[in-house]
Design a protein around this ligand. Structure first.
Ligand code: FES
Ligand code: FES
Length: 164
């Protein structure tokens, strides 16, 4: 199979049952996306597929040959952080950091959904809302769990990134 990850093409010979998460972590040495539950429940494995956030533990790598995969490693660099990465650093949006790559990828996808006017449980389709309210950010990030409970600082981190 051929996978395009962070702008680089990779040819891989893998069992067709290999998940995208395992392909990234075990075969491409991209260990930013984490395996928390491996059941689609925690969001630690979140990556972007053509800009859309997904749980990579639930997706078969072989089905993504036409997609552009972006992982936390492809969002920014130490010298040039993505605005969401900068926000998490500035606001101390993590403790152990295990969930953080998934939180950041999810926030990037979520801000794009906001820009596209996608509805949420807080803001129905066509509804008027403060799109950067605490409730809105919490709802849209609710698929990403943090066992350290670093949620309060993630909210201003994401709001700062949205402003940029
Ligand atoms: Fe994928 Fe938990 S490891 S959702
Ligand atoms: Fe530890 Fe979220 S920072 S699990």
């Amino acid at each position: 199979m051929r996978l395009s990850v962070n702008g680089v093409e990779h040819d891989l010979a893998l069992d067709p049952r290999t998940t995208l998460l395992d392909a990234l972590r075990e075969h491409l040495d991209l260990t930013g996306a984490k395996k928390g539950c491996d059941h689609g429940q925690c969001g630690a494995c979140t990556v972007l597929l053509d800009g859309r956030r997904v749980n990579s533990c639930l997706i078969l790598a072989i089905a993504q040959q036409d997609a552009q995969v972006t992982t936390i490693e492809g969002l920014g660099s130490a010298d040039d952080l993505h605005p969401v990465q900068r926000g998490f650093l500035d606001h101390d949006g993590f403790q152990c950091g295990y969930c953080t790559p998934g939180q950041i990828c999810s926030a990037v996808g979520m801000l794009d959904e906001l820009r596209q006017g996608r509805p949420s449980a807080v803001t129905p389709a066509g509804g008027e809302a403060d799109l950067l309210s605490d409730a809105e950010i919490r709802e849209r990030m609710s698929g990403n769990l943090c066992r350290c409970g670093a949620y309060p600082n993630m909210i201003p981190a994401i709001r700062q990134a949205a402003g940029q």
